[in-house]
Design a protein around this ligand. Structure first.
Ligand SMILES: *Cc1c(COP(=O)(O)O)cnc(C)c1O
Length: 360
């Protein structure tokens, strides 16, 4: 079937989680599988990592319930926290742990009487300035949570980094210092590190690390690709050539006549386009693998097709395999050619792209 498909390698996911553990040997692991496991399939990822992760984190209640319905039994941290009173009940029923990022969520918990108390993680804003309680309010809010009947045990403490993928950025040092100072002496487990923190900031490892992108093989350090950090791509996005045409030097290719053949050369057409989630703004020259060899995008990405300069794979013929990213072609590298990050490429793989078992 000549349409785009993707596969996910469970061994790569487990390998990448082991890389995180090696980097932070004294920390437990919250595997972040929000946004449908960064597009890889949340249940698929949770099942692959069931024996390796200490718990999972998702962004929304619906995502947590999908995992529970799918038989995932580990604790799940809900990063949005409770948005309404019913969420506290659901958390108690389904063994979900709640992030608490605002004073109004503390009040919501204070008013709740769930059937049993829930584990909470108070998010402190140490300098990212997105969500999180202000440094000056953190201790008092932690105390209030600790006293709330709806809250199980000592509330945990967490923060999130703005720049952890930059190994020398003093912003992260300042965030770690601010978090450590304001939480000093509180008897609570702590979590600071996303993937960037895991790989670049040992001082941030604490009790719990929260790797996301690195589990999927994406980079967490600027200027490096996933494979440079011993991370293996978990997702392969593949399709096939549907046509190959000989073109002449100066011929234009595709919409806007934007591709110009620099030579007499074969041009391939592959069955994938922006309707599959391959970004329309991928610039000419973006690498693709044809028969395992690096070829380059020529002209604009269409809805269902791309056109490829086949000079690097001159024998390629219709039906031959084309890889958009994965083993042999890091999504980080493709993302750079699209002015984005691998996170977005993964999340945008469209529902019409069918899943294919690895090796099938
Ligand atoms: C998404 C997220 C993570 C994981 O971040 P990566 O950069 O993908 O490792 C960790 N913690 C929180 C709170 C998040 O929202």
């Amino acid at each position: 079937m000549r349409t785009a498909t993707f596969s996910v390698d469970p061994d790569a996911l487990r390998h990448n989680l082991a890389v995180a553990r090696r980097a932070a040997p004294n920390s437990r692991v919250v595997a972040v599988i929000k946004a449908n496991g960064y597009g890889h399939g949340a249940l698929r990822v949770a099942r692959a990592l069931a024996g390796d992760a200490d718990r999972f984190a998702v962004a929304r209640m619906e995502e947590a319930l999908v995992l529970r319905e799918g038989g995932v039994t580990q604790p799940i941290l809900l990063l949005s926290g409770a948005l309404e009173p019913a969420d506290v009940e659901l958390a108690a029923t389904h063994d979900l742990e709640l992030e608490v990022h605002s004073a109004w969520q503390v009040e919501l918990l204070e008013r709740s009487r769930p059937e049993r108390p829930v584990v909470t993680w108070l998010k402190v804003d140490s300098g990212m300035h997105r969500v999180g309680v202000a440094l000056g309010d953190a201790r008092a809010l932690w105390q209030r949570l600790a006293e709330a009947p709806a809250v199980a045990g000592a509330p945990r403490l967490m923060t999130h980094f703005a720049c952890a993928d930059e190994p020398d950025n003093p912003h992260t040092t300042a965030q770690i210092e601010a978090f450590d100072a304001v939480t000093a002496g509180l008897d609570a487990e702590r979590s600071l590190a996303n993937s960037g923190g895991v790989l670049n900031w040992p001082a941030s490892h604490a009790d719990w690390i929260r790797p996301g992108i690195m589990l999927y093989g994406g980079t967490a350090r600027v200027g490096r690709l996933g494979p440079d950090l011993d991370l293996r791509p978990a997702m392969n996005l593949d399709t096939q050539l549907v046509a190959v045409y000989p073109r002449h030097k100066g011929d234009t290719v595709g919409y806007g006549a934007a591709g110009v053949c620099p030579d007499d050369m074969p041009v391939g057409v592959a069955a994938i386009g922006y309707a599959d989630g391959y970004p329309r703004h991928a610039r000419q020259g973006t690498p693709v693998l044809v028969n395992g060899r690096r070829a380059a995008l020529l002209g604009r990405v269409s809805m269902d097709m791309i056109t490829i300069d086949l000079r690097a794979a001159p024998d390629a013929k219709p039906g031959d395999p084309v890889r958009l990213w994965g083993e042999g072609l890091p999504a980080d590298e493709v993302a750079e050619c699209c002015g984005t990050i691998a996170y977005e490429l993964f999340c945008r793989v469209a529902p019409r792209v069918a899943y294919r078992e690895p090796g099938a």
